[in-house]
Design a protein around this ligand. Structure first.
Ligand SMILES: [Fe+2]
Length: 165
């Protein structure tokens, strides 16, 4: 039996994906070259796929699949607040947002559902935790100036973008 606590947390995570999608979508026009478009586009792809993966269970639990306009507006304004930051500083800020807010919230999901009782929910909870760790790893690679920063996404995306190299 899936409890209210899990359902509520799952909906927050779904809203988080909408926040993330709006955020990276608004940052994309700031890309100054193909590499930056590839990086922001890959992160956008990850957020879009995050939404898609969640929908079967969301519907089963009677949760709303519709866009959440508040989450989208918050994502857009978070991006707007970063417009004047340098490319690297944007990722410094992204790392701290994920560490402080995203990761604790996403990783908590798995503690709210039992693997024996509801395997699909538990698997999704684990997947969303991994999803957030993948974004964090990619953003940390950006800050560290790694050569192939988006490599953590490769095993994760169903529809990966081709790097421009
Ligand atoms: Fe996400």
């Amino acid at each position: 039996m899936i409890g209210q606590e899990f359902s509520k947390a799952l909906l927050s995570v779904y809203n988080g994906e909408q926040f993330g999608e709006a955020f990276f979508s608004r940052l994309l026009p700031t890309a100054e070259n193909q590499m930056q478009s590839y990086i922001l586009g890959s992160l956008l792809q990850l957020e879009t796929e995050g939404k898609i993966v969640m929908r079967p269970l969301m519907l089963k639990l009677g949760l709303p699949l519709a866009d959440n306009e508040n989450a989208i507006a918050d994502g857009a304004s978070a991006a707007q607040a970063m417009m004047d930051m340098s490319w690297t500083n944007k990722f410094v800020a992204i790392v701290s947002i994920i560490r402080e807010h995203g990761l604790p919230q996403y990783e908590a999901l798995a503690g709210m559902v039992s693997a024996e009782e509801e395997k699909a929910a538990y698997d999704l909870a684990l997947f969303m935790g991994e999803h957030e760790r993948v974004i964090l790893a990619a953003a940390e690679n950006m800050v560290a100036g790694k050569k192939d920063p988006m490599s953590p996404l490769a095993k994760f995306l169903n529809f990966p973008l081709d790097p421009p190299y």
